[in-house]
Structure formats: C-alpha cells, structure tokens
Design a protein around this ligand. Sequence first.
Ligand code: ADP
Ligand code: MN
Length: 178
Amino acid sequence: EAPTSPPRSSPNILVTGTPGTGKTTTAEMVALAAGLEKVTVGDLVKERGLHDGYNEEYDTYWLDEDKVVDEMEPMMAGGGVCVDFHTCEFFPERWFDLVVVLRAETSRIFDRLEARGYKSNKVQENVECEIMQVVLDEARESYKPEVVMELHSNTVDDMESNVEKIVAFVEEFRARNQ
Ligand code: ADP
Ligand code: MN
C-alpha cells in the first residue's frame, strides 16, 4: 500500500454555489470565526492571471483550471483553508474535508445579482444555473456524499446558522485530528 500523508489537523473547506448564493459572505464569516485562511478563487484568478483572457459576453474570465490547481496546491497542503468558488469539479477531491453547496431561491439570486449590476444575460444564466441545481449535481458527482453539505442561504438567519454549522464541523474535525 502506498504511504499516506498524515491527516490534516485543520480541515480544508470549499464553499460553492451559484453566484449570489452568499459564498463570499459566508466564507468570510467562517474564516473569521474558525481561524481559517480564506482563498477567494475569483480574486486569485484575476490577480495572478490564471485565465485565458476575458469573456466579453458574460463579463468573466475564461478559467485556466490547470493553472488554478497548480497555484493553489501549496496553499492547500497544510489544511486550514476556506475556499470560495462557484464551481467545484476541477479541484482535486483530496483537497476538501467539507464541500458546502449554498442554495437560494431564484428570486433572491435575481435580486442580489441585479443589485451587483450584472448584465441581464448573466443574471439569467445564473438564475437558470440555480434552478437546474448545476453546482449541487457537480458537487455530488465530484465528492463523496458524506463530504457534501447542502445549505439554504435565503435569509440572514440562514447565513448565521450556516456559519455555525460549518464552524462546528471545523471544531469537531480539529478535535478528532489533533
Ligand atoms: P456569492 O459570493 O455567492 O456571489 P455574496 O456573498 O457576494 O455571494 O452575496 C451576494 C449578496 O447577497 C451580498 O449582498 C450578501 O450580503 C447577500 N446575501 C448572501 N447570502 C445572504 C443570505 N443568506 N441572506 C441575506 N443576504 C444574503
Ligand atoms: Mn463571491
């Protein structure tokens, strides 16, 4: 049997979901409350040029997935990282101890993305993405069922209870692996 590396003492967590579900807000609160590093993949892609140019139609970058994985690998190695991104299937499965999929009612996605000034085709695409539960299906296809946690993110109360659940996971994980 191949030697395995020791278990991480602090978990890596992915917060994923359709744009507007509350990933960045939730991940920031979790990182602060649980003492995790936060990696916002969208910012990393922009700052470090991990893309193949700009997609004018959708106001977004064409992701270079291999570059993103190579860049993140050393960050993930030590554990204790909370990652925020709207897609999840190209990350190595071994990186994450918990994959949180945030869900929201489509009217809320619509309102939040309009408020953010997204073009109407981009709002529409993301609303459809949420209706079709694209990210949830992707997470279920890419990670073990016991790793995937689907959470509703419609209200501020939802967000608070989601943060509590994720922080509780971090604390249990640390207690198990210290
Ligand atoms: P994402 O990173 O998934 O695109 P954000 O965290 O940027 O989403 O949230 C988008 C907007 O919606 C922000 O203004 C945020 O405050 C709001 N929001 C997100 N989740 C909730 C929630 N559960 N309840 C109320 N407002 C929320
Ligand atoms: Mn975000």
